[in-house]
Design a protein around this ligand. Structure first.
Ligand SMILES: Cc1ncc(COP(=O)(O)O)c(C=O)c1O
Length: 419
């Protein structure tokens, strides 16, 4: 179906959407006059899969019925529960199951893997990061540099866009890695930037960094469940991500980490250890020496949050049913449709790159100073849920697993009236 700026076209696109029924699997928060809201905020907090309640209830029931016995005798025993999430999560990020573990929260996982993979020496101590990375990532890398005795302002190098440009040129990223590589211990990038929505080529950045002898890690907060990923083949050393955004795991949901297979049995990697990362066969012998499980599981610290995992399972099952390939195909069309409908509006500029290969679901609309917040308020009072990020950006993310083309059409009409 040709993309046209009409409601009839939006409805036609929805009728032809093979993923349309997935919307019914989610609770869509109400908007104005009892209608469902136009929820375009899955880049911040994904919606609740209806089954999440049933899955969480099942674990509460086992807790009520069995107490501590739930660890072994529950319907889904809690002891190996985290393994239920491993395969579906690995499929979403294109990794081997042994390379993925669901645990902790995002920034905590980032620190744990920085401990293992940021090994500065006086000649090679820098951390090269995308300019305008999410604040938590910047705090994390600066504090790691400080922890190792380096001046964070010298150690952390940001790759910034050219003057007057909003996004990084991919060739500039690779050139900076080449220029700074010899003094760089770690390259850390996102694969979609939270502010601009720009996505980066994981394989190219991993290769460029590793050719210069650097370790390479990714924060996939805005990529997991949004962009197709092939972490094993693309070869970064590690990655971390949260699951409350595109992965719909719920507020504060349990996060995940990837450790490439090539590091699985490397005993020289330093790590901050906990008993849940210890060899499962002998964990309960309570011995004094830590013997890690081979693979990503060996980075676990604690016994996991079962209720959070239950909620996330409900969403991962939907991803398995829909498939990342089909989701991405729809996502490209949804975002292209949004881009088309915004084309003739004035008062803002879309700063997200225009090609599908350099973005995920999100478009970022940059307003004149002071205007963005006011427009955002008007959108909200008209039943749209999207978010505002300082400075001056309204982020809009049609999410293929529950949004419709009509959502996008209605959003654009309301935006037109709000300007
Ligand atoms: C790119 C990125 N990194 C880190 C974080 C921080 O996440 P958390 O609070 O889960 O540690 C976020 C949160 O939105 C993010 O978008």
């Amino acid at each position: 179906v040709e993309l046209e700026a009409t409601e009839a076209c939006a409805r036609r696109l929805d009728r032809g959407d093979s993923l349309a029924s997935f919307r019914n699997e989610f609770s869509i928060p109400p908007g104005r006059n009892g209608d469902p809201s136009i929820y375009l905020c899955g880049n911040s907090l994904g919606l609740m899969p209806r089954k999440a309640r049933e899955y969480v209830d099942a674990e509460l029931d086992d807790w009520a019925r069995l107490g501590v016995g739930g660890h072994f005798r529950g319907k889904n025993p809690w002891m190996p529960y985290h393994a239920l999430l491993r395969d579906p999560m690995a499929r979403i990020v294109g990794a081997l199951p042994s390379e993925v573990v669901v645990m902790n929260s995002l920034t905590a996982n980032l620190h744990l893997l920085l401990v293992a993979f940021y090994r500065p020496t006086p000649r090679r101590f820098r951390i090269l990061v995308e300019g305008g990375a999410f604040p938590s990532d910047r705090y994390a890398v600066k504090s790691q540099a400080l922890f190792h005795g380096y001046d964070p302002d010298e150690a952390v190098v940001e790759v910034t866009p050219r003057p007057g440009e909003d996004c990084l040129r991919p060739e500039d990223v690779l050139r900076r890695i080449d220029e700074e590589g010899d003094s760089t211990a770690l390259v850390l990038f996102g694969n979609a930037n939270y502010y601009t929505g720009q996505s980066f080529d994981v394989a190219a950045i991993a290769r460029a960094g590793q050719e210069k002898g650097c370790r390479v890690g990714f924060d996939l907060a805005h990529g997991a469940g949004n962009l197709p990923l092939a972490l094993h083949d693309d070869g970064p050393d590690f990655a971390v991500w949260c699951s409350y955004k595109y992965l719909n795991g719920g507020p504060g949901a349990v996060a995940a980490a990837f450790v490439h297979e090539r590091h699985h049995d490397d005993e020289s990697l330093p790590r901050f250890s906990g008993w849940w990362g210890h060899d499962e066969k002998t964990r309960f012998e309570m011995g004094p020496e830590f013997r890690p499980i081979s693979g990503a599981d060996g980075f676990q610290l604690s016994n996991p949050p079962i209720l959070q995992m239950a909620a996330l399972r409900a969403s991962l099952e939907l991803f398995d049913r829909a498939g990342m390939r089909a989701l991405r195909e729809k996502s490209e069309r949804l975002t292209a449709y949004l881009e088309l409908l915004l084309e003739d509006l004035e008062g803002f500029r879309v700063i997200t790159p225009s090609g599908a290969e350099e973005r995920g679901a999100q478009l970022s609309l940059l307003f004149e100073p002071g205007q963005g917040r006011a427009v955002h308020r008007r959108l909200e009072s008209a039943g749209v849920v999207c978010d505002y990020r300082e400075p001056d950006v309204v982020r809009v993310a049609p999410v293929p697993i529950y949004n419709t083309f009509l959502d996008v059409y209605r959003f654009a009409s309301i935006l037109r009236e709000s300007l």
